[in-house]
Design a protein around this ligand. Sequence first.
Ligand code: TRP
Length: 336
Amino acid sequence: MSQDVFLTGITTTGTPHIGNYVGAIRPGIEASKDLSTEHFYFLADYHSLAKNEDPDKISQSTLEIAAAWLALGLDTEHAYFYRQSDIPEIPELTWILHGMTAKGLMNRAHSYKAQVQANVESGNKDPDKGVTMALYSYPILMAADILMFKSTKVPVGQDQKQHVEMARDIAQRFNHHYGEVFVLPEAVIGENTAVLKGLDGRKMSKSYNNTIPLFADEKRLRKLIMKIKTNSLEPGEPKDTGDSTLYDIYTAFATEDEIKDIEKRYAEGIAWGEMKQVLFEYINDLIKPARQEYERLIADPAVVERELQKGADRAREISAPYLDQIREAIGIRSLG
Ligand code: TRP
């Protein structure tokens, strides 16, 4: 068997937060150190259109997410790091895949169904209210991302698993019709990639407005950590690690020994204020060097742009000739 190709996309909405760090950025950078496998990480900026974001926000988010991966040390000589919209073969392949995608398959996509469900529940006469074609065919663009680089493994959160399975279905149908053109991908759902809790104890997510930005400055980071919800146990009273957001966040960062030590201090009744200080210092010390680099990159976006152009050039060395083969296979050919 040939070597594995890992590929994952990051939608360019919002500012990178510590949940993105432990769930995607840290494991992604770690995995890419394995030189015996290939790694593609890209900014899925066309996907962000499905949500009709403000244009300036999309471009700011693109800069911030790219700067975050670079500041944290992604090796862009080995990993392919690019912006989806810099690879024109991807939208072209998206259209080609439309011809092999059953409408019924798209009807079953969770993201589309959730929108319809919300419309029905709110008593709206039009079940498709707010559903653009970009939202509806989102899984086809995602299939193009995945198939374009012959990915075998696609690390995603549980919520994206269905989309990867759809990419596989579409590829299978295509291969059946046109011959073996695509490699069949499979989703990898990280078992030990933490799903971090946010300030209010729910899953950390931009949509709940409960995130801690990864590169918040010291003052802001401290302020946000001080806001994390706790119960009202007094200093000296033993505390349960089982329902403590502070503990959960700490464990996503700390080593096993450090975690054991904190468990002991919970049992001894560490004050919440003190635990917050421990967590603040831990994250702050860890992030500090990368934060400096991040700030430098944000202040000099041309550096980030150059990195992305380099990534796109490398990626297109693969996508351009492959798309020629795909066009040949479907009969979009030069006439001589
Ligand atoms: N849809 C994914 C998300 O919202 C992002 C994404 C776009 C992606 N294209 C991809 C993930 C291809 C994996 C592979 O998280």
